[in-house]
Design a protein around this ligand. Structure first.
Ligand SMILES: *Cc1c(COP(=O)(O)O)cnc(C)c1O
Length: 370
């Protein structure tokens, strides 16, 4: 039986099943100075060397980029002690995530993630036509046993952001090793280490050693957070040779542009950048967390450049959001992450943090009188 002809082109049904991604907001009507603490973009902007490289790149923009991004892969390899042949660069790590799912997921397969895991996994997994299953967490930390217990013969991919966005929480290295050991060898474990540069724990390497220890683990990284290059769209992965080969077949031939390449190489060579950003983040995150707790707001432990502020109820969180906006401060509401009682707050400069603290202290005083 033939279906009647459609009057307009029809997209694949799974596409209409997803809500378009909503990023952190950046504008407030009528406010001239907006403090944007909604997208974890790094407190200090792009490293000066990267800004210079971007300006210089204008002259050669008529040239196609090196599709294989060899110079950038070599710079990443040298900076982090990794084999450049096992690195693939992407148009943001979001592209890497989507391509991994296209390569290893799709119809008839399952992707596992934690309940409050990064939303792109669900979006990209659904788009690819697969089933996405979200597993319960323990105290907002991904639960390795819940993930292992959920594996079925259809499971092909497990995605774990570590530290996780939007919770900021970290799964300890021993549990990550246990997760890999407990997963079937043909299940690809993707460790999304977008915030790796901020983590200051001796046994944390973002997953690089697990990548090297086997054939089935990938680590993804980004220039969008500590490196301050979110607008350049630059991410990368470190993986086993066979997966690198698949990704190099899958990815668009010129997926990263020459400006991003130049900016990334220059950023990596900025003297003291990681140390400066990490030290600032640790001190400011501690200060903000303590001040908010003292004001009566629960703050979940974070290893990243943001905190999860827990207002207890969605009504109070909404009121806090409105009050912050009144002071020109934009944070990230988390209803779409099933955390409507929380706001995710990026750690900004010292001045921005001070304004944030003052705004929330004033809000809590009013809220407690209400
Ligand atoms: C920001 C973020 C990304 C995306 O980074 P891009 O490289 O800008 O695409 C990926 N994963 C997590 C957990 C993030 O927070």
């Amino acid at each position: 039986m033939n279906a009647p002809p459609s009057k307009s082109p029809r997209p694949r049904p799974e596409i209409m099943a997803i809500a378009p991604y909503v990023g952190g907001e950046s504008k407030l009507p009528g406010v001239s100075r907006v403090i944007k603490l909604s997208s974890n973009e790094g407190a200090f902007g792009p490293p000066p060397a990267a800004q210079a490289a971007i300006a210089q790149g204008a002259e050669a923009m008529h040239r196609y980029p090196d599709g294989g991004a060899l110079a950038l892969r070599q710079a990443i390899g040298a900076r982090f002690g990794l084999d450049p042949a096992r690195i693939v660069c992407g148009n943001g790590s979001d592209e890497i995530i989507s391509l991994l799912i296209q390569g290893y997921g799709g119809p008839g397969t399952e992707l596992l993630m934690s309940a409050h895991g990064f939303s792109i996994y669900e979006i990209a997994g659904t788009l690819a036509g697969g089933t996405v299953r979200k597993l319960p967490e323990r105290d907002l930390v991904a639960d390795v046993d819940a993930i292992l217990g959920a594996v079925t013969p259809a499971t092909r991919l497990v995605f774990l952001a570590n530290p996780n966005n939007p919770t900021g929480t970290l799964v300890p290295n021993t549990d990550i090793i246990r997760l890999r050991a407990g997963l079937p060898p043909d299940v690809l474990l993707v460790l999304d280490a977008a915030y790796a540069e901020y983590v200051d724990l001796p046994d944390y390497d973002g997953g690089a050693s697990l990548v090297e220890a086997g054939e089935n683990t990938v680590m993804t990284r980004t220039f969008s957070k500590m490196w301050g290059l979110g607008g350049a769209r630059l991410g990368w992965m470190y993986g086993p040779a066979a997966i690198v080969d698949v990704m190099n077949r899958l990815r668009p031939p010129f997926n990263i542009n020459s400006t991003a390449v130049a900016a990334g190489i220059a950023a990596l060579s900025e003297p003291g950048w990681i140390e400066h950003c990490r030290a600032h983040n640790l001190a400011a995150r501690t200060r903000v967390s303590q001040a908010l707790e003292a004001a009566g707001i629960r703050v979940w432990p974070s290893q990243a450049n943001f905190i999860l502020a827990d207002f207890g109820t969605d009504t109070v969180a909404k009121a806090a959001d409105a009050s912050l906006r009144g002071d020109g401060i934009i944070t990230r509401a988390l209803a779409s992450y099933a955390l409507p009682h929380c706001l995710r707050i990026t750690i900004g400069t010292d001045e921005e943090c001070a304004l944030l603290i003052a705004s929330l202290q004033a809000f809590m005083k009013t809220a407690s009188r209400a």
